[in-house]
Design a protein around this ligand. Sequence first.
Ligand code: HEM
Length: 280
Amino acid sequence: MQNKHETFKNEAGIHTDFKEKMTYSDYLGLDTLLNSHHPLSDHHDEMMFISVHHVSEIWIKQILHELHSATRDIQSGHLSTSFKKLARVAEIQKQLKHVWDVLGTLTPAEYMAFRDKLGNASGFQSYQYRMLEFALGYKTEYVLQIYENEPKLLAILQEAHNAPSLYDVSVQALARAGLPIDEGVLQRDVRYTHQSNTSVKEAWIMVYRNVDHYWELYELAEKLVDIEDLFQQWRFRHMKTVERVIGFKTGTGGSGGVAYLKKVLDQYFFPELWELRTEV
Ligand code: HEM
C-alpha cells in the first residue's frame, strides 16, 4: 500500500503528479523565457544571434541587482558585505565575455542574410547597458533621448542617472576613513561623470602605501579595478567581434561601427585607480 507521498512518485523516485504543485517551469517562468525568440527571417543563425543577446541581457540584469545592493552597502559603511557582491559581478562579467566566442562563429555572409531585418535596432539602445554605465559612474544624458516615447522606462533611467554611482560612494568611504577629499568632489553633482581629481588620487595612493591600515579600502579598490578591467575586456571583444562579422560597415544604430566602439574603449569609470599605478 502506498502512502500519500508516494503517489506523486514514479518507480525512479521522481515526483510526477503536479496537478496542484508548482513545477520547475512555473517557478522559472520558462513559458515566457523560452518563447521570447521572434526571428524575423528563416535563417538558421538568427536564433543564436537572439540567444546571445538574451543571455547578455539576463546577466546584465543580475549585475545591476548586485551593484545596486553593493552600492547601498558601501554607502552605509558595510564594505565587507559589498565584497561578496562585487566578486560575483566580476564572475558574471567573465561569463559575458565568453558570449563573444559563440557570436564569433557567425560569418559575415550568415549575418548579412538577416541583418537588414534588424532595421535600426542596435545594442546601442540597450537600456540595461545604460543603467550599468550609470551605476558605475559613466553618465551620458544624451542616451536618455532614445527613451523619450517610453515614459516608464525613461523615469527608471532618469532615477539611475541621478543617483550616486558605485564610485561616488567609494570616494565617500575614503573621506569617512579620514582621508582628505576635496569638498567639491564630496558635494559634486552626481548627474555628471566623475572627473579625475588629485585629492582622490592621493587618498587611494595612501591606501595602497598603507595596506595594513586601510585593508578594507584596499580590497574595495582592487574589486573596482577587477570590474573595470573586465568591462574593458568585454568592450574590446565586442569591438573585435563586430570587426570580424561586419568589418568596417556602419552600425544598425547609425554609428561609424568599429570606429565608434574603439573610441568608447578610452572611457574610464575609476580613473584615479588606474593613474595611481604609475606612482605607487
Ligand atoms: C554580430 C553582432 C553584433 C554586431 C555586428 C554589433 C554591432 C554594434 C555596433 C556597430 C555598435 C555601435 C552602435 C551602432 O551603430 O549600432 C554596437 C553598440 C552596442 N552593442 Fe553591439 N553588436 C553585436 C552584438 C552585440 C551583443 C551580443 C550585445 C550584447 C548585449 C551588444 C551590445 C551593444 C551595446 C551595449 C552597444 C552600445 C555600446 C556603447 O555605446 O558604448 N552588441 N554594436
